[in-house]
Design a protein around this ligand. Structure first.
Ligand code: IPM
Ligand code: MG
Length: 387
């Protein structure tokens, strides 16, 4: 079976980091005969420049036809003056809603080697492993009415609508409880039920859904407190589930616990596990084209793609193990650099992950050169350290 992946590099550092992730996919193809068809298309600012809109029709069709989508990042100062309805971000939001990618998984995992890269004390973050589950196709992001109107006195007034239907809350709740079953069996649902009716309903539905998962412990937290707890004592969390807006904010906050937002991958899934995979960071126009961006979040997004869409836990594990290997080797991009490590650029980091991947894939008994008879992945026997 050929796996079809739509590759949408987007803007800013998007193309540079996506190139590194593509190297990883190419490596799986070369070394393991993993059958894949990659097709590139523009989105965001690149979509505007090349086809006149942030989500060109051809890009949407390609994304719809693919099994999975690999996305870089969208946006940049070049397009900031455009009307909000036709800005690069609309390309990303359009993909999420057109493809019904309602479940956004954002794992905040701290690699032990990066304990000192976080701005928080190592004792606060070491061992951190949180799964943030953000609802992605509802809430104030998509709610109507929205816009800017002129009041009677001539003053302008902006308005957006926070909305959630019960079924939307229930389905994201189920994703969170299912995820918790495979992890620490705890779900913290984040809302603002003391002020907003929408999230009062959210809390009620979460409580109802929890009854179907008696082995999972559900707690509720107001979003302001959740933001505080994330920097005060983040290890108290296992799975956090929240709406689109709160999830956007809290996941950036959680990202910094892991050392850098350049480390956080994400999966956006529909109800059939078709998914779009992207780093959670943005297009970082200030460093675009300089070859210094961290490609690890994008490479880790490919690992998530293996796990969630292609159902290949072993490939996911081997990619994650290879990322860990380069960190153990002491390689760091600027965003995660600390004294005593070696600063490398985007390309060098990508190449190092590929080299580690080849080593992990070609594990031989002698530890020597590749041997066609001992393709451990094909034989189905990965080493313990990456299992
Ligand atoms: C994210 C981003 C996007 C969002 C932007 C680029 C539209 O911040 O994926 O978190 O707000 O969802
Ligand atoms: Mg965000």
């Amino acid at each position: 079976m050929t796996h079809k992946i739509a590759v949408l590099p987007g803007d800013g550092i998007g193309p540079e980091i996506v190139d590194q992730a593509v190297k990883v996919i190419d490596c799986l193809q070369r070394e393991l005969g993993w059958q894949v068809e990659l097709e590139h298309a523009p989105v965001g600012g690149a979509g505007i420049d090349q086809a006149g809109q942030p989500l060109p029709d051809a890009t949407l069709r390609l994304a719809q036809a693919a099994d999975a989508i690999l996305l870089g990042a969208v946006g940049g100062p070049k397009w900031e003056k455009r009307d909000i309805a036709v800005r690069p971000e609309k390309g990303l939001l359009g993909l999420r809603s057109e493809l019904q990618l309602f479940a956004n998984l954002r794992p905040a995992l701290l690699y032990p080697q990066l304990e000192h890269a976080s701005t928080l004390k190592p004792a606060v973050v070491s061992g951190l492993d949180i799964m943030i589950i953000r609802e992605l196709t509802g809430d104030i992001y998509f709610g109507k009415p929205r816009g800017v109107r002129i009041l009677e006195n001539g003053e302008r007034q902006g308005f957006n609508t926070m909305v959630y239907a019960e079924h939307e809350i229930e389905r994201i709740g189920r994703v969170a409880f299912e995820s918790a079953l495979k992890r620490g069996k705890r779900v913290c649902s984040v809302d603002k039920a003391n002020v907003l009716e929408t999230t009062e309903l959210w809390r009620e539905v979460m409580t109802r859904v929890a009854k179907d998962y008696p082995t999972v412990q559900l707690s509720h937290m107001y979003v302001d407190n959740a933001a505080m707890q994330l920097v005060r004592a983040p290890k108290q969390f296992d799975v956090m589930v929240t709406g689109n807006m709160f999830g956007d904010i809290l996941s950036d906050c959680a990202a910094m616990l892991t050392g850098s937002i350049g480390m956080l991958p994400s999966a956006s899934l529909d109800s059939h596990a078709k998914g779009m995979y992207e780093p959670i960071h943005g297009s970082a126009p200030d460093i675009a084209g300089k070859g210094v961006a961290n490609p690890l979040a994008t490479i880790l997004s490919v690992a998530m793609m293996m796990r969630y869409t292609f159902n290949d836990v072993r490939l996911a594990n081997v990619i994650e193990a290879s990322v860990q290997d380069v960190l153990v080797e002491g390689l760091r991009t600027a965003d995660i650099y600390t004294a005593g490590t070696r600063k490398v650029g985007t390309e060098e980091m990508g190449d190092a992950v590929v080299a580690a991947l080849i080593r992990n894939v070609w594990r031989t008994e002698t530890g020597g050169a590749p041997d066609t008879d001992k393709r451990c992945m094909r034989e189905g026997g990965l080493t313990n350290e990456i299992d």
